[in-house]
Structures are given as structure tokens and as C-alpha cells.
Design a protein around this ligand. Sequence first.
Ligand SMILES: Nc1ncnc2c1ncn2[C@@H]1O[C@H](COP(=O)(O)OP(=O)(O)OP(=O)(O)O)[C@@H](O)[C@H]1O
Ligand SMILES: [Mg+2]
Length: 441
Amino acid sequence: MKALTNFKNYISLYVRSFSLFWKSSRGSSSVLLFLVPIQALAPAVLIKIAQLMLDELLHGGVSGSLVIWWGIIFFISSVAIPINTSLQGILTDKLIAFVNMQLMQKSKSINGLNLFENADFYDNLQLVSSEASWRPVNLIVFGISMLRELITVISMMALLARYNFWIAIILLLAIIPQSLVSYHIQQDSFETMVTRSPDARKIQYYSEALLTNKDAKEVRLFGMFDFFINAYKSVYKGMHAKMKKVQMKQMWISLAFLAISVILSIASLIWMVTVIRRGQVSAGGFLIFVSTLTATSSSVYAFIENSSLLYDTLLYMQKYFDFMHVKEASDYSGKLPFPDEVQTITYEGVSFRYPGQRIDALKDVSFNVHGGERIAIVGENGSGKSTLVKLLMRFYDPQQGKITLNNMVITKLNISAYRKKLVQFFKTIQNFIYQLVSLLG
Ligand SMILES: Nc1ncnc2c1ncn2[C@@H]1O[C@H](COP(=O)(O)OP(=O)(O)OP(=O)(O)O)[C@@H](O)[C@H]1O
Ligand SMILES: [Mg+2]
């Protein structure tokens, strides 16, 4: 059941990801859409024409039209290769830019800071943004190869089925468990990579501490080099052990499946030889059977390899789509314009607790500020001064109580206009606090 939902998920992610090709470049995508099937069908068509030629040859002479057809198809399928490669290159460039711009646009649309406080969301965002420059390359290369190999496999099966329906079916059935196991392993390795992401963050921090100018002074002053190098070593060891296990498993399973498909191919070849002995199949038929069998198994292998390599990228795409569709808990749809004049700002019984925290940063805070009035917010470290301003700026919304401006709840105001105006106010408060802090030492 899980495998099935995984499979459905795989297909839907595949289709959704392909729609990004279209969005990022209509021109290249449509030419590719036309060329890929031509390239994929060519091997089967060439084998079929060769068979017809051979059968004709054995019964006299070859007709010129078959030779011409063979030439035309061979020419088109060869020409399609460099065109495909260049188009994929162009599309890759456009897709990378498209994905990155979408990510930036999405970030622009996130108004609050709540999401960034969520460790899972933040880890995913880091992964999505750091891999956005190369994942689209894999999506195009593996995604298109997989489609091409699939069409080739199906066309080869159609040829094989004319000789022995069951051989075609058995070969087809052999693909399914093999693909599922490969996807499963690929998922394992992706999860290892993602769940290790706190570890990845740690080792990045350790190396940055020694290699950037940020901590250069402290590290030298306190002789921290060996401490960070050893910490790096121990985290790396754990991460590497996990990855190695997954990779070894992958190798053994691939070998096992490869052995099964070789045995299947040999068995079907033996079957074919007995059929020929009985004189049921022509020499041309034998040629087509052997070429189809070898072409099918290499395409099946390429299909499984490409689709399992793609799986990794589709799991990445899942995280990309999750980010693109993430919704904020706070409502930023307020439409009211900012008033011409600020008469009062009021906090009424405001309580606020940061996400994942056990205690309130602000508890039942009420006060009133009038336009033109100067106030000082004084309190010890951690008493909630900055939090007051963050709520006013709507980086967060209070869980209880409300903040009003001229008696309008601030959530009703258009957020971008509101922030633009308040930024002046915010700067004044910050400057004031900084001045105060430097005065007090
Ligand atoms: N992003 C956050 N996530 C969780 N807790 C936070 C976060 N920001 C602040 N806090 C906590 O909320 C409380 C209030 O912090 P706040 O920064 O508002 O205090 P402050 O009065 O501005 O302190 P300071 O004088 O040091 O600037 C503190 O306990 C702080 O640790
Ligand atoms: Mg502060």
C-alpha cells in the first residue's frame, strides 16, 4: 500500500515538475516534447525495417524504399541527439533561473517570522535554496532520459510480443519490483541526507568557525582549532557511516536484479532457438528477437537507473512545492490604507509567546501612546522590549489581546503600506534603545 501511494506520489510529482519546464520555457519544452518520442521510437523502427530487409534479402532482393526509409529514420534520430542536448542545456539554464526566482518571490510573500522559527521549515528551506542551482539539471537530464527509455522499452515490448507475448510480459513484470526497490533505497539515501541536516549544519558551522573572518579573532585567542577539527571529525564519521550503509545496500540489490534479468534473457533466447529449430520463425525473426532482447534489457536498466536517480530529485521537488505552497498562520490580507495622521497606538492586554517556547515573552501588556508623544521603553535584558516592536511591525501577532492604531486593529491595515510608514517609527525606537544602552554602558 505504501509502495502504491509512493508510486502515485512519484507520478504526480513527475507531472508537476514537468509543468515547470513548460512555465520556464515554452519554446524549448515544445521542441523537446516533439523530439524525445522520435528519438525513443527510432531503435524499434530501425530493428523492424532491418528485419523486413533481411526477410526480403533471403527471398530475392531488397526493395529500394526500405533502404530509403531506414536512411531517413536513421538520419532523423541521429540529428535529434545534438539538438536535444543543446535544448536541454538551454532549458536547464532557464529552469534554474525560474526556480530561484519563484523561491525569492515566495520569500517576498512571507510577511511574518513565525515560519522561520519552525526548525523543520527552516531545514527544508535551507535544503531547497542551497540545492536550487543544481537540482533542476538532474530534473531535466534524468526526467527526460527516463521518459525516452520508457517509450523505447514499450516499443521494444510491442515488437517482442509478436513472437512471444509472455516473454514481453515477464520482462515488463521484472521491471516493477526492481523499480520499487530502487526507489525505496533512493528514498533512504535522501532521508539520510536530510535527517542528517542538523549534523550537516553542525559541520558547516565548525569549518566556518575556522575558515571565515567572523570568528577569526576568538578562535586564535582561545586556541580553539583542535576543538573544532575534532568536533568536525566525529560528526562526519557518523554521517559517513550511514551513507556508506545505504550505498552498499544499493549495490547488492542492483546486482541481484541484474542477475535475474540476465537469467530471464538467457531463458528466452533458449526458447527462441528451439522455436527456430522447429522452423516456426524466420531468420529475420531471429534477428529481430535477439536485437530487441538486448535493446530491451539495456533500456530497462537505463530506465530504472534514471528513474531512481530522479526519485531523489523528485523528493527535492516535493520540498520545493511544499515551500511554494506554505501558508502563514497569521492573516495578512488587511486592505485598509494607513491613516494620514497617527493619533494613538494602543496595546490592549497583549500576551505573546514565541513558537516552541514555554514562557510568555509578554504577558497582558497594556499601554497607550499618542501622536507626537515621546516615550521610553525601559527594562532589563529579555524583558520583552524588542518583542513589543516586533509585534507592532507584525513580524508576529499576539496570541491574546490586540494592538490598535487610531482604534483600528492593525491586522486590518494593508501590511506593506503599514510597514513602510512604521519603519521610521521603528528606527527611532531602536536608535533610542541603542543610545540608552550605550549611555548606560
Ligand atoms: N525569536 C525568539 N524565539 C524565542 N524566544 C525569543 C526570541 N526572541 C526573543 N525571545 C525571548 O523573548 C524574551 C523577550 O526578548 P526581547 O528580545 O523582546 O527582550 P529585550 O527586552 O528586547 O531584551 P534586550 O534588552 O536584551 O534587547 C526573552 O526571554 C528572549 O529570550
Ligand atoms: Mg532587545
